[in-house]
Design a protein around this ligand. Structure first.
Ligand SMILES: [Zn+2]
Length: 206
């Protein structure tokens, strides 16, 4: 799978220096500057230390099963067009070469809910989905709210967390504008994603 991050730093140069500092104990396969410059920092076949504790579908050791891409952004600013162009180019290349399905391109916040919020509410997942590089919901019929955790798990959100934190993680990925308690739109989004893109090949609900 591929895990997308933002650096939470004010420049790619500073982020790159941090990712090369052994004291940081973090690394990533790629770093993408705000100008769209792509720097490879770790061989794709080697493990980088970008994901940390968390879970996605059946994968508990995400670092050993993923390529990590750090996108230079403070977390507060929009992602500039040249940078998003570079994200698209790199993602298209990676998922083609490794045969990664688009629903296995995830955010750090998807696998580490409550601990991480990157790439954050300003990241344009819908744009990636239009290019077949990620998935985006086409919500129709809401599922009953009792199915919230089951459908979230089927959509890949299997990290151990409480309902409110889980809802925040689902919304960060699929509905970053949403607020308030769990609603029918959340349940329509999850019903759609869980049915069309079940993680780990779980059978979709009838
Ligand atoms: Zn991250």
């Amino acid at each position: 799978m591929v895990v997308l991050h933002y650096t939470a730093m004010d420049s790619a140069a500073r982020a790159g220096a941090w990712l090369c500092n052994p004291e940081a104990q973090v690394s990533a396969h790629y770093l993408i500057g705000s100008n769209g410059r792509i720097t490879q920092m770790v061989d794709e076949a080697a493990r980088a230390w970008h994901a940390g504790a968390g879970r996605w579908g059946a994968v508990g050791d995400v670092n050993s099963r993923s390529i990590g891409i750090e996108i230079s952004n403070t977390g507060l600013a929009p992602f500039p067009a040249p940078q998003m162009d570079a994200v698209e180019r790199l993602l298209a290349d990676i998922i083609n070469r490794w045969a990664i399905p688009p629903h296995r391109v995830i955010g750090h916040s998807c696998m580490a809910p409550g601990r991480k919020i990157d790439p954050g509410p300003k990241f344009d997942w819908q744009r990636l989905a239009r290019q077949g590089l990620a998935v985006w919901p086409a919500p129709a019929d809401p599922a009953p709210p009792e199915q919230f955790r089951a459908l979230a798990a089927r959509a890949g959100f299997t990290a151990d967390t409480d309902d409110a934190t889980l809802l925040s993680a689902v919304r960060l990925r699929f509905a970053p504008w949403a607020t308030g308690p769990l609603n029918t739109r959340d349940m329509a989004i999850l019903a759609d994603i869980a049915a069309r893109f079940p993680v780990d090949g779980a059978a979709s609900p009838a």
